[in-house]
Design a protein around this ligand. Structure first.
Ligand code: ADP
Ligand code: MG
Length: 294
């Protein structure tokens, strides 16, 4: 089968490279594709640099890269046109786009009965401040972010206001969320094809009392976890609601049970593989092949 994988800056990225290796090992023709190097001809021909890739059976979207509003719109549109032309896109174009957008994600989850933190999203500073006065301890995050980067936690209202003003002046949308009272760890649950394949706890870094993020890239320690039925169900339902073929769901253990903060549409799994021994790339590629056959 001819299979693609989208990358942007670095084709040697750990996850991208292991997916490419796995595809090749399984006898597939694996094509790394930079969406920024794509051209589309109407009617229905897709060209990557000088290679006609219209005959791809499926593509794993690791990233659509960075760019201007125009460039991002084109690349998302391209994924939709791949789908229209019968190329299986994983994760599906709309699911990928929605999972990258924390506002759209939480809205969909909440509508389907999954607990999420109280959150304000908007461009008006005064409205955001009113929310902060109401809920108290908050975290300010980028609307589209990963690895805990760009998140701010200000413990006083005055500092929160100044942080939000700064974010606002940068032209960013304000995404302000109530801090959930929880243990010094969170859960990362990995779901592929509607099944929980593995999970880990991520503990807060021990050498930094002020850190509130458990992201492994920020120094959080990973440990294999076996989830209770309640948490497993929450992870599987999150993937199902968001229609993600594979995802890493971030779940907080609140006093009232699982609270989901995001579902990653192109998660890495190096920490998960290390602590569980799972061959995640193998399972992801098998799932893509299964989907692309139909
Ligand atoms: N509402 C919250 N309450 C408590 N901790 C949070 C909250 N939101 C985020 N965190 C901490 O910050 C980390 C990063 O937040 P997350 O929403 O997953 O963004 P990112 O996309 O940057 O990973 C989480 O893994 C968690 O440890
Ligand atoms: Mg996260």
């Amino acid at each position: 089968m001819r299979l693609g994988i989208s990358y942007h800056e670095n084709v040697n990225n750990w996850a991208t490279a292991s997916l490419l290796d796995t595809m090749k090992k399984k006898g597939h023709d694996a094509v790394p594709i930079r969406l920024a190097d794509m051209g589309a001809e109407i009617p229905s021909r897709f060209i990557h640099i000088d290679d006609d890739v219209t005959n791809l059976a499926g593509i794993i979207v690791r990233t659509i890269g960075f760019g201007t509003g125009d460039q991002i719109t084109f690349r998302i549109s391209l994924l939709e046109q791949f789908e229209d032309a019968g190329i299986y896109v994983m994760n599906p174009a709309y699911s990928f786009r929605r999972a990258k957008d924390k506002y759209a994600t939480l809205t969909a989850l909440h509508k389907n009965g999954i607990a999420v933190p109280k959150t304000f999203i908007g461009e008006n500073l005064e409205a955001a401040m009113e929310f902060v006065e109401e809920v108290g301890d908050v975290v300010i995050k980028p609307l589209i972010g990963a690895r805990g980067l760009g998140s701010i936690r200000a413990k006083h209202e005055e500092l929160t206001y100044r942080a939000m003003k700064f974010v606002h002046q940068l032209g960013q949308v304000l995404y302000v969320q109530q801090m959930i009272d929880k243990p010094d760890r969170d859960i990362r649950a990995f779901v592929i094809g509607g099944e929980l394949v593995g999970a880990m706890y991520r503990y807060l870094p021990e050498d930094d009392d002020d850190e509130w993020r458990t992201n492994v890239h920020g120094g959080g320690r990973a440990e294999a976890a076996s989830l209770s039925a309640e948490y497993e169900e929450c992870a599987v339902k999150t993937a199902e609601v968001l229609q993600l073929d594979y995802t890493g769901v971030d779940i907080l253990e609140s006093k009232n049970g699982p609270v989901v903060i995001e579902a990653n549409a192109s998660p890495s799994w190096s920490a998960l593989s290390r602590v569980t021994g799972l061959d995640v790339a193998d399972m992801i590629v098998d799932h893509l092949v299964e989907k692309a056959k139909r």
